[in-house]
Design a protein around this ligand. Structure first.
Ligand code: PRX
Length: 571
């Protein structure tokens, strides 16, 4: 569609005199007004005359389809909100969403926000240990889940005194409900038409997303309702969401892309979006695009690489001519993937960079802008982005130097703190800059070129895994004496988890034990955190003070220079 008019128009022109008031005006929001994301995503769109427009087309595992209009999602969020209020859930209470990508996940998110409570989405593949740590930290009061996941909650409930309600959305009455469990069915509840959305303000908390760091427990990133100002405009200009679009965001709302751009942005823009609750399959994905005539598609490099692997011939079997604009996030988008996409879809994937902490897109390739394959693009208007010297935290003046990606604080969707962890939050700021923890250079035209993370966090298939979390869980396995967890290169997932292990006396290395260890982590933490490789070693490289030197093992895995190991104890 060469005559397509992109929302952003000219990026260069948008940079001039940019002000977030553009977004506020379009949302008819004035500083000091009430602002509630869920109201903006439902009631406001209905008030604008789009009550009958399709908001959500959902497809399940067995191919069943459900459709919801904007009025349907307004009513559903009112109904869920009313139910939660009936359980005595109060503003700012944390309510966890622990579900597959079923409609209740999306509608429950809105219901929680409508009553002023805080939504805490967690990836449904998390095991009991991952769940426990995050519910404990947030002091979560209720969890909304499905039958298939409730056993994980039952396992840890004794250790969660603050958790008062376990809400099961598909209870079938076959087995009795247990302590603190309650059934809620959206389909059989009477829809609530009249509902007073809680009058949240700009700084009222909205969402907590957990993200992993190198050390310590996962951090709960706190966002506020004002984040809408960023999410709305970045989606409009970067993803190019327009009124007649059929949009597909492939991310799971257990992670930030799935909420910022899989719920908040498209619905605040009144766009029709599609969700598919099916694991990856190239055939299914192409079929989905063809069937629903998807126009705007936000996905991730691992998925794109998996599609590439499925081959060019497969693409030709489908009519994908509806596609207008493709975007990607979460990991480095290699230039091969951009070039491949241009060849097979007739348009490149446009890379975008941001984080759980930033709440919205910070650096991107914009529609109409020259794409340099392999580059993340340029800062969004209103965002001051740079790379700073890792010692002085001063921005580099010369192009091409590799430093830390840093942003000037103050954009609307910036995290407000790490939940119960103000100190770690404060440490993210140096010399007046927010440090992303990533390394990059900037070329002479202002394009950012990603180099890598500045810590040991593993980015596998676009999901961050903390080596510390995996190491701690490994120590609970009866055979494991010590462990060190690093990343290992992987063709499709970019990197995967690898564990180096020393065994306790009495245990011998074996393939069976390796499998047992892998499964142990899969169940306890998640399939993402599961080591794809386990290597038994007699000892781990340590500093003289006894700290395990992951970087030595990491360098070996990646075939890099090991660097200074003068402090190594057992070389
Ligand atoms: O390391 C960067 C990588 O993903 C991290 C953020 O992960 P998370 O908070 O889970 O949010 C993911 C989706 C917003 C970043 O610190 N990352 C994200 N986008 C890119 C990227 N790495 C390279 N290129 C990108 N476009």
């Amino acid at each position: 569609m060469s005559n397509h008019k992109y929302n952003i128009g000219s990026y260069e022109k948008r940079l001039q005199n940019f002000d977030w008031s553009i977004s506020k005006q379009e949302l008819s929001y004035k500083d000091g007004d009430n602002i509630n994301i869920a109201w903006y995503c439902t009631d406001r769109i209905c008030n604008m005359g789009k009550a009958k427009k399709t908001a959500l087309i959902w497809e399940g595992l067995t191919g069943e389809e459900k459709r919801y209009t904007y009025n349907d999602i307004r009513l559903a969020s009112n109904t869920i909100g009313t139910f939660l209020k009936g359980l005595n859930i109060k503003p700012e209470d944390r309510v966890c969403l622990f579900m597959d990508k079923i409609p209740e996940l999306y509608l429950g998110f809105l219901g929680i926000l409508k009553i002023g409570a805080i939504a805490q989405p967690l990836f449904s593949a998390f095991g009991d240990e991952s769940l426990l740590i995050r519910l404990e930290n947030a002091g979560t009061k209720a969890i909304i889940t499905q039958k298939k996941h409730v056993s994980k909650v039952r396992k840890i409930i004794d250790r969660l005194p603050a958790l008062k309600h376990i809400i099961i959305v598909d209870y079938d009455g076959k087995k009795p409900l247990q302590e603190r469990e309650v059934s809620f069915s959206l389909e059989t509840s009477t829809p609530v038409d009249k509902f007073d959305t809680y009058p949240t303000k700009a700084e009222s908390p909205s969402v907590i997303h957990y993200t992993s760091g190198t050390t310590g427990q996962p951090k709960g990133v706190k966002h506020v309702h004002y984040s809408l100002i960023s999410q709305y405009l970045t989606a409009k200009w970067t993803l190019d969401l327009q009124d007649d679009d059929i949009y597909w965001c492939t991310a799971d709302p257990g992670w930030v892309t799935g909420t910022s751009y899989g719920i908040i942005a498209p619905w605040s823009l009144g766009v029709t979006q599609c969700v598919m609750d099916v694991g990856f399959s190239a055939e299914k994905w192409y079929e989905f695009i063809q069937k629903h005539r998807i126009t705007k598609w936000y996905s991730a490099p691992t998925a794109i690489r998996s599609l590439m692997k499925a081959g060019d011939e497969l693409v030709k079997k489908y009519d994908l001519s509806s596609l207008v604009h493709l975007t990607s996030v979460g990991e480095p988008l290699n230039s091969e993937a951009v070039i491949w996409s241009e060849r097979v879809f007739g348009k490149p994937f446009y890379d975008t960079f941001w984080q759980t902490e930033t709440g919205s897109i910070m650096i991107a390739n914009y529609p109409g802008m020259k794409v340099k394959p392999g580059s993340m693009g340029k800062a969004f208007p209103g965002i001051t982005a740079t790379v700073v010297d890792p010692e002085t935290f001063e921005p580099y003046k010369e192009p091409g130097k590799i430093g830390l990606i840093a942003f000037k604080p103050g954009w609307p969707s910036m995290m407000r703190t790490y939940w119960n962890n103000e100190e770690t939050y404060k440490n993210k700021f140096k010399n007046g800059w927010y440090l992303s923890g990533d390394r990059s250079s900037i070329d002479n035209e202002g394009y950012f070129w990603f180099v890598g993370r500045d810590d040991d966090v593993i980015n596998t298939a676009g999901h961050l895994v903390s080596p510390f979390e995996v190491e701690s869980a490994l120590l609970e396995h009866p055979a494991v004496a010590e462990s060190a967890v690093v990343s290992k290169p992987d063709e499709v997932n970019m990197e995967v988890v690898k564990a180096f292990i020393t065994l306790k006396p009495g245990y011998k290395p074996s393939a069976d034990l390796e499998l047992d260890i892998m499964n142990f982590i899969r169940k306890k933490l998640s399939p993402l955190a599961m080591p794809q490789a386990v290597e038994y070693v007699d000892s781990l490289p340590k500093t003289r003070s006894g700290k395990i030197m992951r970087r030595v093992l990491h360098a070996k895995e990646w075939g890099q220079d090991i660097g200074d190991i003068s402090t190594l104890e057992n070389d």
